[in-house]
Design a protein around this ligand. Structure first.
Ligand code: JFZ
Length: 460
């Protein structure tokens, strides 16, 4: 994994170089090409539901759950290729219940769900007519995407797919396992591009509308910006309001997931992975993170505490991002009970304090390790994640605080001085997880420029 990560960083580095050198050529081409893609990113309007939703469920699942090793990456590594590729013959998750999963997501306060239609290992969770390597040919036989898409409609959760561009199994895709480090004997990239398009059209036609198509595995050399931008344009034509992440094209910067040249590379939002994205209000972004350590299920994988989960959510939303929290269901088809329980706790927290999360935007205060802020209309929510001292001293807001309360209950005192805004909460009202101070301003908080807070961490 580490070697591949370095490889990816190298690839991205080389890409930036080639971008710098090839800029004139690229601009000339995009101006003349008759089939040039239309817009490279979605409108504010198309992104609006996603902006408000804030929180989604990521699901990494497939026959590999039988081994408890990582999806895609363990092929040809911890699990020999022949064994990995035969796992589907005994994949029979009889306790799978799409309604259960979707209710777990809904009760956690998640507004959308993204499931691996196909990961780097090439296995398909729907009976695609373009390959035999799919769920219909397992002993289970049932169409997982069909059942999930239908359950999502019933429970008002938006249905989405993760689809890997790199396919270490498919003979037409040039690279193979382990981790894209081997070469296939007879690759055919044009045909593979068609395969991808056919499958994605099949998904949209059978299970659509799809909320998000979440791509991945774009960092390998065979995939070019031209491939990615063409795929983006193709899918937007099939479903104009589809949201597509930045991994459809090139130009992602390492695990920070930002887009180096959004003017050249298609994609509607940035994708920090296993880390909280930086404060960024211009371009939409979504942190994807695992509830345990592995993307796919692993027995006894250490799980994040409720506090870690809430802090992550609050810091992500405070930075103006969304959180896509991942679970890897078990080979019997259930989400692990302790994970279900954790998700239920997150949902209970959101039931009480969701007004400070949903439909807000990040800031005006920039996120620190100890504090985050969100706002909606005239209201600013200051999320105090831990207490450093008696009072919290922040740079003053350029508007007047006309009312201050504790959303989490109890009394709060707020003073606005010349340069500072001070918040004091008696110890008994300070919450273990997050103390939320609600400030009502004399005008909209949305036009306040982001304010950096100096913390001991920043000074280091
Ligand atoms: C990618 C996938 O590989 C991973 O399995 C998961 O689906 C995640 C959401 O996205 O993450 C990566 C990509 C590249 C490396 C590691 C994780 N790498 O190069 O080491």
């Amino acid at each position: 994994m580490l070697r591949s990560f370095n490889r990816m960083r190298l690839a991205v580095g080389a890409m930036i170089l080639s971008l710098t050198c090839g800029a004139t050529w690229v601009l000339a081409e995009s101006a003349d090409a008759p089939d040039r893609p239309g817009k490279l990113s979605a409108s504010e309007q198309d992104m609006q539901w996603w902006r408000e939703a804030k929180f989604g469920m990521f699901i990494h699942w497939g026959p590999v759950s039988l081994k408890g090793t990582e999806i895609g990456w363990s092929r040809g590594q911890e699990v020999p290729e022949e064994e990995y590729d035969a796992l589907y013959k005994r994949f029979n998750p009889t306790r799978f219940d799409a309604d259960d999963w979707v209710k777990v997501a809904r009760d956690a306060g998640m507004k959308y769900l993204v499931i691996t239609s196909k990961h780097h290992d090439g296995f398909c969770l729907w009976p695609s007519k373009y390959t035999d390597y799919h769920i219909g040919n397992t002993p289970f036989k049932r169409d997982v995407l069909r059942e999930l898409a239908d359950a999502c409609k019933r429970h008002d959760v938006r249905f989405s797919t993760y689809h890997s561009i790199c396919d270490w199994y498919h003979p037409d895709y040039p690279l193979g396992s382990p981790g894209g480090r081997s070469e296939k004997p007879n690759p055919n990239m044009p045909r593979y591009h068609e395969y991808l398009k056919n499958q994605l059209r099949e998904i949209i036609e059978n299970y659509g509308p799809i909320a998000i198509m979440w791509f991945d595995g774009e960092w390998e050399d065979p995939w070019t910006r031209e491939h990615g931008n063409a795929l983006y344009a193709y899918l937007k034509e099939l479903q104009p309001d589809l949201i597509i992440n930045n991994r459809v094209s090139k130009g992602r910067r390492s695990m920070a997931g930002t887009t180096t040249r959004p003017d050249l590379n298609a994609g509607d939002y940035d994708t920090p992975e296993q880390q909280i994205g930086n404060f960024q209000r211009g371009r939409p972004w979504e942190t994807c993170m695992t509830i345990c350590k592995q993307w796919a299920w692993k027995p006894d994988d250490p799980m994040k505490s409720l506090k870690e989960c809430i802090h992550t959510l609050v810091q992500v939303v405070g930075g103006d991002g969304n959180l896509l929290l991942n679970v890897g269901p078990m080979p019997d088809g259930r989400i692990e009970p302790r994970q279900v329980e954790r998700l239920r706790e997150i949902g209970q927290w959101l039931d009480k304090y969701g007004q400070s999360i949903y439909g807000t935007r990040g800031g005006p205060y920039k996120t620190t390790a100890h504090l985050a802020s969100t706002h909606r209309d005239n209201v600013v929510y200051v999320h105090v994640l831990d207490w450093q001292g008696e009072t919290i001293v922040l740079p003053n807001l350029p508007k007047k605080v006309v009312e201050s309360t504790l959303l989490t209950g109890g009394a709060v005192s707020v003073w606005q001085r010349n340069d500072t805004l001070e918040i004091a909460v008696p110890p008994q009202y300070r919450q273990e997880i997050n103390t939320i101070v609600k400030l009502v301003l004399d005008g909209p908080a949305g036009d306040i420029e982001p304010i950096a807070i100096e913390t001991p961490q920043d000074d280091e």
